[in-house]
Ligand binder design. Structure first.
Ligand code: NAP
Ligand code: MG
Length: 501
């Protein structure tokens, strides 16, 4: 069912690109299975909402168990009998390079669809979408680097290893970077010769479906990439539990991560989990405060706090605590909360009503737990799921707001005295995704970076990324690492070959 032009114009307010509007106008979106767009077998659809104005953007096919069966069958056939895993790596890379070129001409509509669907600011989604073509090219460049080794032997035999694709890979993604994750996560799996099934988040299916249209032009053999929209309990769980899926790559919450691990037991799937965090950002008294204050603020408020590695626990050394707390509160209060299309906006709406309830619930909880609200709080009235950037000071690490992942623009300020105390408090969490350190003392920076139990440590610059560096978490923040050769290791199986001489 197509939306009426009037209601669509209201729902898609802010979008300018013709292709965005054409895509939204063309009606209900199907699943992409075996190289074709098909309705769900049940005929069911679900709506996707613009969180800035709470209006319906589109109806999307609701994939379920039977659709996942069909997608796994298509991916299995493409893997077992199709050309993709068998073709020259350079030819696989060519298809990915072609997709990169196609996407390059359409990044603006992917950005607009993400802003409409997720509420993320266009100032964030635009550069993110513009980075997709290079991420695809980077993945393509790995196609001919999926290598084995030879091993020293006596004269009796010769022995070497091969890296072969794992097979059919399930990829489940969240809503906080929809287009980028829908493109980047499968790309490296594909470069390695696997076939994939992607399940986008129910809140943000649109850019993945537009991407599916672009994928259909790039020349992949049928069944190599399949995109099945639907709910977590439904399409997601069917994929995670499917005996025909050889590997699962999941980005999302720790609770669902446990479901993915349970699902893997049925056939011993390889599992990679990129989960959440409650990352400490430690500010020592000798820090460059002019840089540390905005960096700490954006370390938690960027993407409206909807970031796996949000530095949501800001640990500040006692001597500078009052000054730092005041500066952070002022920074937060000065951030403009506005439409995600407003070029001056620093905070747009949260992704959904559920996320709004969750985040504001935590803000109420922080007050009840006895933390001091120094900036932000609920923003009542009006349409859209807006929450102001919120700072709690005098937080104790045992409080729930300091232990549980809020996934919204809420910072907890925690004082400390000594380096040892900073390490102890920093590590006092079940998570271990990121950790930040601000100090001018090199020795301390190195001591801290070795003692903090986290997959990433940022010294004097929170959130830096490098696609070649391993990305992933300790403890409840996940299993495995993504990025460059670490992704290749996950998306391939090693085989040892022995030849009698
Ligand atoms: P979520 O519930 O874990 O959802 C993530 C994805 O899993 C969605 O596609 C979801 O489908 C699906 N899903 C839900 N239940 C499932 C099940 N039983 N079996 C299989 N799939 C299932 O997470 P969220 O609350 O929407 O998203 C925010 C979370 O993601 C945060 O906790 C954040 O820390 C984490 N995250 C981590 C990273 C990282 O790199 N470590 C990056 C981004 C986000 P539905 O959309 O239908 O629920
Ligand atoms: Mg939406």
């Amino acid at each position: 069912m197509a939306e009426s032009d009037d209601s669509l114009a209201l729902a898609a307010e802010g979008a300018r690109n013709e292709n965005t509007l054409r895509f939204l106008k063309s009606g209900a979106r199907g699943l992409y299975i075996g190289g074709r767009f098909v309705p769900s077998l049940s005929g069911k659809t679900f709506e996707t909402i613009n969180p800035a104005n709470e209006r319906r953007l589109a109806m999307v096919a609701e994939g379920g168990e039977a659709d996942i069966d069909a997608a796994v069958a298509a991916a299995r056939k493409a893997f077992d009998h199709g050309p993709w895993p068998r073709m020259r790596p350079a030819d696989r890379a060519k298809v990915l390079y072609r997709l990169a070129d196609i996407v390059q001409a359409h990044t603006e509509e992917l950005a607009e669809l993400d802003t409409l669907d997720s509420g993320l600011m266009i100032s964030v989604t635009r550069p993110a979408a513009q980075g997709i073509p290079d991420a695809l090219r980077e993945a393509a460049s790995w196609a001919n680097k999926v290598q084995g080794e030879t091993y020293p032997t006596g004269t009796d035999h010769f022995s070497f290893s091969l890296r072969e694709p794992v097979g059919v890979c399930g990829i489940i993604i969240p809503w906080n970077g929809p287009a980028v994750l829908a493109a980047r996560k499968p790309a490296i799996a594909l470069a390695c010769g696997n076939t994939v099934i992607v399940k986008p988040a129910e809140q943000t299916p649109l850019s993945a479906l537009r991407l599916a249209e672009l994928i259909s032009e790039a020349g992949f053999p049928e069944g190599v990439i399949n995109i099945v929209t639907g709910f977590g309990l439904g399409a997601g769980s069917a994929l995670a539990n499917h005996p025909g899926v050889d590997a699962m790559s999941f980005t999302g919450s720790a609770a669902v991560g446990q479901e993915i691990v349970r699902g893997s037991a049925i056939n011993f799937k390889k599992v990679m989990l990129e989960l959440g965090g409650k990352s400490p950002h430690v500010i020592f008294a000798d820090a460059d405060l002019e840089r540390a204050v905005p960096n700490a603020a954006l370390g938690v408020f960027r993407n409206h706090g909807q970031m796996c590695f949000a530095g949501s626990r800001i640990l500040v050394q006692r001597e500078i605590y009052p000054e730092f707390a005041a500066a952070l509160a002022k920074f937060a209060a000065d951030m403009k909360v506005a439409s995600p299309w407003d070029p001056d906006a620093k905070i747009g709406p949260l992704v959904s009503a559920a996320q709004f309830e969750r985040v504001t619930g935590y803000i109420d909880l922080g007050v009840r737990e006895g933390a001091r609200l120094s900036a932000g709080g609920r923003l009542d009235g009006g349409k859209g799921y807006y929450v102001r950037p919120t700072v709690f000071s005098d937080v104790e690490n045992r409080m729930r707001i300091a232990q549980e992942e809020i996934f919204g623009p809420v910072a907890s300020l925690i004082p400390f005295d000594t380096e040892e105390e900073a390490v102890a408090k920093g590590n006092d969490t079940v998570y271990g995704l990121g950790a930040g350190i601000w100090t001018r003392d090199v020795g301390r920076a190195i001591r801290m970076s070795r003692q903090l139990r986290a997959g990433h440590v940022w010294i004097n610059g929170y959130g830096l990324r490098n696609e070649m560096a391993p990305f992933g978490g300790f403890k409840h923040s996940g299993i495995g690492r993504e990025g460059g050769k670490y992704s290749v290791e996950f998306y391939s199986e090693m085989k040892s070959v022995f030849i009698s001489v």
